[in-house]
Design a protein around this ligand. Structure first.
Ligand code: HEC
Length: 112
């Protein structure tokens, strides 16, 4: 087991995010339907409560900062399916498609 030191800079401000409005443009998520699904899953499945991901306007501090971690899609998928280290597993609550989509989304936008 690996301890994750959380050093989260709260100065991360995603341009135009966090208003709860769907009209803002999010430059880093433009593209495929899978990215859109992934963004939706990230916002609604609870990921944003625990993780920081600037592109999603997420500032959670329970889990690692995904912008700093920049995990591969495979790493996200495995973590979301199985959970662990304080994170719940989502294999029971999200479909395979949703898990794949959120993994692709996080891997794509993290660190941007
Ligand atoms: C209840 C809080 C919580 C929620 C909700 C949550 N996570 Fe996590 N997440 C964590 C914690 C805590 C860790 C650290 C686990 C560890 O260090 O073993 C983690 C780790 C991760 C990792 C790192 C895996 C790695 O390679 O080290 C990724 C990626 C991740 N979460 C993505 C997500 C996504 C995507 C969602 C939404 C589907 C989500 N998390 C929901 C708390 C949460």
């Amino acid at each position: 087991m690996r301890a994750v030191a959380l050093v989260v800079g709260m100065g991360v401000a995603a341009a135009g995010c966090g208003g709860g409005s769907t009209s803002s443009t999010t430059p880093t998520t433009a593209g495929s339907p899978q990215q859109a699904t992934g963004a939706h899953v990230f916002a609604t499945a609870g990921c944003s409560n625990c993780h920081t991901l600037a592109a999603a306007g997420a500032h959670g501090q329970v889990g690692p900062n995904l912008d700093q971690l920049r995990p591969s899609a495979a790493a996200v998928e495995q973590q979301v399916r199985n959970g662990g280290g304080g994170m719940p597993a989502f294999s029971g609550s999200l479909s395979s498609n949703e898990i794949t989509a959120v993994a692709a989304y996080v891997a794509h936008v993290a660190g941007q």
